[in-house]
Design a binder for this molecule. Structure first.
Ligand SMILES: Cc1cc2nc3c(=O)[nH]c(=O)nc-3n(C[C@H](O)[C@H](O)[C@H](O)COP(=O)(O)O)c2cc1C
Length: 330
């Protein structure tokens, strides 16, 4: 009997497929269908800093933050469509999901300032979240803000959230740090029990007729899985925290590869948006069949069998790989 179980954020999951945060997990029926289809856990869509009520002080702070720092920025600032709806709808959804399913349910908080919104983490814990995903989406645009300032902001937000709760907190990161291993170690010291790799940045386009910036959401392309693949291979030997891969997990082969480099779980988003819950049993069947064929008995046996743990100089390996890639172009 194949053992697909994995440990993530100190919890045993029946398999490494996790439904990642997206509009899919905003809906209770979808989550029930995902549990029936076999996912090991689910992450709810994020509660955004901008949605949290004025009472918490975060929304005002967020808007003031940019207008104060640049005299001219107000005229360029796009109107925020987010109405601060308060936290109750999110809490209600979380409670309903917890009642409806037996798999672990993670809530997700998303913001970028050090406002009062982080205090909301404890309400998510009280509403039954088994863990928390913290997504800090920040684009540094001010030349006065140094890389250290940006990194301190991540660390301070995480510390505040970690101190507010007893449940595990996983930090969802962007790949754009000068030294991701250093950053990950630092965040681990600030309480990160896991990392979700990676957050996706959506660059706006420009409408050349209306002269407007147009929000643009393209789902990941299959080759983009190589970003978490590389970084999990680098980070797994460096950190003790759990590692979740997020980006372009479309087929069971990607799940195999991500486990091989050391992922504890793989999060599904774009494939669920495209194919719905029926893709889950297909991924599980493919994973199981491949493992049987290659005589693996458990996911644990597979995890981390191909990463930088045994590479004497990972930096030199990455440099050599870069050169080989360029030379391979015929
Ligand atoms: C429409 C949409 C909504 C998303 N909403 C959230 C969200 O609320 N919180 C979050 O952390 N990530 C969110 N994401 C990011 C996904 O969870 C995931 O990290 C990203 O899409 C990469 O995975 P994929 O290639 O499987 O789509 C969203 C992605 C999409 C496409």
């Amino acid at each position: 009997m194949m053992d697909l179980s994995t440990e993530y954020l100190g919890m045993k999951l029946k398999n490494p497929l996790v439904a990642g945060p997206s509009p899919i997990t905003r809906d209770l029926d979808n989550i029930r269908a995902l549990e029936d289809a076999g996912v090991g856990a689910v992450v709810l869509n994020s509660l955004f800093e901008e949605e949290i009520a004025h009472g918490h002080g975060a929304h005002d702070h967020f808007l003031d933050h940019s207008t104060e720092s640049h005299a001219e920025s107000t005229s360029y600032a796009p109107a925020l469509d987010y109405t601060p709806v308060g936290t109750e709808p999110y809490l209600e959804h979380l409670r309903a999901v917890k009642q409806a399913v037996g798999i672990p349910v993670f809530a997700s908080l998303n913001g970028c300032t050090r406002g009062g919104w982080v205090e909301f983490a404890s309400e998510l814990e009280q509403a039954g979240a088994d863990g928390l995903e913290l997504n800090v989406y920040q684009v540094a645009t001010d030349p006065e803000v140094s890389p250290a300032d940006v990194e301190n902001n991540y660390a301070e937000i995480l510390s505040a959230v970690s101190k507010a709760v007893r449940i595990p907190v996983a930090m969802k990161l962007a790949p754009y740090f000068s030294s991701l291993p250093h950053m990950a170690k630092r965040l681990e010291e600030c309480g990160a029990a896991g990392f979700v790799l990676f957050n996706r940045f959506y660059q706006p386009d420009i409408d050349i007729d209306t002269l407007e910036a147009v929000p643009n959401l393209s789902l990941s392309a299959p080759h983009e899985v190589r970003l978490p693949l590389r970084w999990i291979a680098i980070l797994d030997p460096v950190v003790k925290a759990s590692l979740a891969a997020s980006t372009a997990v479309y087929t069971w082969a990607e799940v195999v590869k991500l486990l091989m480099v050391g992922a504890d779980v793989t999060q599904l988003c774009a494939t669920l948006l495209r194919n719905g819950a029926p893709v889950v049993p297909k991924l599980l069947e493919g994973l199981t069949a491949w493992m049987e064929e290659h005589e693996y008995e458990s996911v644990t046996q597979l995890q981390g069998c191909m990463n930088h743990r045994t590479t004497s100089d990972p930096g030199a390996f990455e440099r050599a790989n870069y050169l080989r890639a360029l030379q391979s172009y015929a």
